[in-house]
Write a protein that binds this ligand. Structure first.
Ligand SMILES: N[C@@H](CCC(=O)N[C@@H](CS)C(=O)NCC(=O)O)C(=O)O
Length: 112
């Protein structure tokens, strides 16, 4: 079972949750609630991710991955690249769309 530190308020986490759902992997992940905070670090997350941010994933093999883009790419590899094609224009288009989504999240957070 994979483990993912999440916070329901994080849009980056929600992006990972959507990817997991679309790829049929949601049930393969234990969703661990956490208290990510820029000043008061949650040491449970820091044990996975030195930045102490969510999302942070521990894979079946004990590999610790962080940053939603890395995690989404990893989940994609478990499902034969259903979201991000391995090569070609389709790959760059899908990654660019992800960057658009992340840019929207970044802008929304700055506006808050
Ligand atoms: N680029 C990162 C951003 C992650 C991020 O900023 N997570 C926030 C929640 S939305 C967080 O954990 N904040 C706690 C902190 O800043 O220490 C990603 O895509 O995963």
């Amino acid at each position: 079972m994979m483990q993912l530190f999440y916070a329901s308020t994080s849009a980056y986490v929600r992006k990972v949750m959507v990817c997991a759902q679309v790829l049929g992997l949601a049930d393969a992940i234990a969703w661990l609630d956490s208290a990510a905070h820029p000043v008061e670090r949650d040491e449970r997350i820091a044990a996975f991710n030195p930045l102490a941010k969510v999302p942070a994933l521990r894979t079946h093999h004990g590999l610790c991955l962080y940053d939603s883009r890395v995690i989404c790419e990893y989940l994609n590899t478990l499902s034969q690249g259903a979201l991000f094609p391995a090569t070609g224009d389709a790959r760059w288009q899908s990654l660019t769309r992800q960057s658009l989504g992340d840019g929207l999240i970044d802008a929304a957070l700055l506006a808050l």
